[in-house]
Design a protein around this ligand. Structure first.
Ligand SMILES: Cc1cc2nc3c(=O)[nH]c(=O)nc-3n(C[C@H](O)[C@H](O)[C@H](O)COP(=O)(O)OP(=O)(O)OC[C@H]3O[C@@H](n4cnc5c(N)ncnc54)[C@H](O)[C@@H]3O)c2cc1C
Length: 569
């Protein structure tokens, strides 16, 4: 058994920022499945939002965020996000993050979707990578202990109080109990429950499922963002920065790529967001692309549209979007300097997550905190604006770390009974010994298929019902899986099985939450209820695990300033 004051699960931006925030006064350690610099945060391209220009205002960033969320965010949480943004940006800049610059030497900012001022700070199209490196240096400076390539399989909570975690050390094959006064969950999103996703393989929502099983509530899980521009079929992200730099979205209505008139005529966003065009919010742009495809205006009648950057020119593309170009060349053999990029929407961001207050505290479990994409502080509501989630990781990562540290200083270490550890080992052994006839990859593929068809960009009662039935069937069949590798060391089969269990748990919550929410709001769009219904549905969904099964409750949205109004772009 290992002991620390605070355990951070996850080494992405939120986890690292939490650890740095807590490290001054507490004995803190990070347990993470990948090395921190290999976390999905490093794939973030486009940028991070903050008001750092005198012509911009905090109130405008706040309003854009609330409007973008389709009024489902808690406005106090969104206010903290935007108010604390400038300090946090300058802090990481002083720590060494290399931002792109204006000719005057100031941090450059580009426009992103749903913004009323260009306020996305960026480092070319490698912003996440650059911030990740900076925070990793800070981890080393603060000498924070990192257990990497360890997978947490259980959060131990007794009588509503955190006791620690159980983790699997891949290199030794050992399961290890780690005792702690508090645990900060920062395990990222769950995009891998969909077939086409921008998310890394590690984004399987582990922390959300583990926290739920330990007694925490998950909030607004039905709100799942589809990013408009994933590379065709692969889902790999083509940054919103492309549209920020002036990229066009084109559908095929006798499109002639050599004719500037035809190109302008085929910029279909003018039908859906006449003012913002390609820079409408993501939910709207994704639905517009899908509508073009469904109505037969995909390129050559197929299920993609074009993102055209050619007019931006080689110099700017090489300077500001070099990684996008590289991804296009490597994965679809297209050079965006010369040819348009085939794109389709891709599952991208989990707006919902572990319910916390603005200090990262889970109200259900004493000593438990959460931050970053796995958490739902509720600053994104039903649709997150681009550039606001990198911001969320550092603003709320910092707050959760500082508050976990305060908690650890005033509370004693509680018992971690060995039976808790033994129960987990027994569960793992049963899983390994299971001699069923179902494969992990088979069930995962069927799950991704069911979620993509049933709980995708467009939803309705009938298809969601079928998805729920399918998920429940897959959960049953999961009891019959067979893990081929019976060994202990680096058993990726076992990890895959544990991830699948988590995805199945979360998929049911997403699907049932979506089925129950009889309205359209942000990324949750229902063909059978195409309008927002503030009278009945201006409320958060909360899902809890009980001995009798899942229980859904609803919670008031915190409106402090902006009254809901129709969302137009
Ligand atoms: C391709 C892409 C591009 C993006 N671009 C932008 C952008 O330009 N701007 C923006 O604002 N947002 C962007 N986002 C969103 C943003 O990057 C993420 O929401 C954010 O980085 C998530 O950070 P995180 O620290 O919460 O999680 P992650 O970075 O995903 O880190 C999660 C950590 O948890 C660990 N972990 C997971 N499960 C376990 C377990 N069971 N045990 C132990 N450790 C575990 C992982 O190893 C990892 O270290 C992008 C997202 C993607 C996918």
């Amino acid at each position: 058994m290992i002991t620390h004051d605070i355990i951070v699960i996850g080494g992405g931006l939120a986890g690292m920022r939490a650890a740095i925030g807590a490290s001054k006064e507490s004995d803190i350690a990070i347990i993470t499945r990948t090395h921190p610099v290999r976390s999905h945060s490093g794939a973030a391209q486009g940028g991070i939002n903050a008001v750092i220009d005198e012509r911009d205002s905090i109130e405008s960033h706040w309003f854009d965020t609330v409007k973008g969320s389709d009024y489902l965010c808690d406005q106090d949480a969104a206010e903290i996000l935007v108010r604390e943004a400038p300090f946090n940006i300058y802090q990481i800049e002083h720590w060494g993050t290399i931002f792109s610059r204006t000719v005057n030497g100031r941090i450059a900012q580009r426009p992103f979707g749903g913004q009323s001022f260009p306020r996305t700070c960026y480092g070319a199209d490698k912003t996440g990578h650059l911030i990740l490196q900076t925070l990793n240096e800070q981890l080393m400076k603060h000498d924070i202990k990192i257990y990497h390539e360890w997978t947490v399989t259980k959060i131990v909570v007794i009588d509503g109080i955190v006791r620690g975690v159980v983790a699997y050390e891949q290199a030794s094959g050992e399961f290890i109990g780690v005792r702690a006064k508090s645990v900060i969950v920062t395990t990222g999103g769950a995009g891998r429950m969909y077939k086409v996703t921008s998310n890394a393989h590690v984004c399987t929502g582990d922390g959300m499922a583990l926290a739920l099983k330990a007694g925490a509530a998950l909030k607004d899980m039905e709100c799942l963002q589809f990013h408009p521009t994933g590379l065709y079929r692969q889902g790999i992200l083509v940054s919103e920065g492309c549209r920020g730099e002036g990229g066009y979205l084109l559908s095929d209505d006798k499109l002639d790529l050599n004719s500037p008139i035809s190109i302008q005529a085929n910029r279909f966003m003018k039908k859906y967001a006449p003012e913002k065009m390609e820079l409408g919010p993501r939910d709207l742009v994704s639905r517009s692309i899908w509508t073009e495809i469904i109505e037969g205006r995909g390129i050559n009648g197929r299920d993609f549209v074009y993102l055209d950057l050619r007019h931006i020119g080689e110099k700017k593309i090489m300077e500001r979007l070099p990684q996008v170009r590289e991804l296009c060349l490597n994965y679809v053999g297209v050079d965006p300097i010369k040819d348009p990029i085939p794109v389709q929407p891709t599952a991208h961001f989990t707006m919902g997550g572990i319910s916390t207050d603005v200090n990262g505290i889970s109200p259900e479990i004493e000593g438990m905190f959460a931050a970053g994409e796995c958490a739902c502080v509720s600053c994104h509501g039903a649709n997150r604006l681009g550039g606001n989630s990198l911001l969320e990781t550092i603003v709320f990562g910092k707050r959760s770390g500082e508050n976990a540290s305060k908690y650890a200083k005033t509370h004693s270490l509680k018992a971690f009974p060995t039976v808790e550890f033994k129960d987990e080992l027994d569960r793992i052994n049963r899983l390994l010994e299971n001699d069923g006839n179902e494969s992990v990859s088979g069930i995962r593929t069927e799950l991704q298929e069911a979620m993509t068809i049933g709980v995708g960009i467009f939803r309705d009662e009938e298809i969601m019902k079928r998805a729920i039935d399918k998920i429940r069937e897959l959960k049953e069949r999961y009891n019959n899986i067979n893990i081929q590798d019976k060994g202990r060391v680096y058993n990726t089969d076992l990890i895959g099985a544990l991830e699948l269990e988590n995805l199945l748990i979360l998929a049911e919550i997403v699907a049932v939450g979506a089925y129950s929410r009889k309205e359209s709001r942000g990324a949750h769009y229902r063909n059978d209820y195409p309008h927002r219904d503030d009278n009945k549905w201006l409320k958060h969904t909360l899902a809890k695990f009980t001995p009798e099964g899942l229980r859904f409750e609803y919670k008031k949205v915190n409106i402090t300033k902006f009254q809901p109004q129709e969302r137009k772009y």
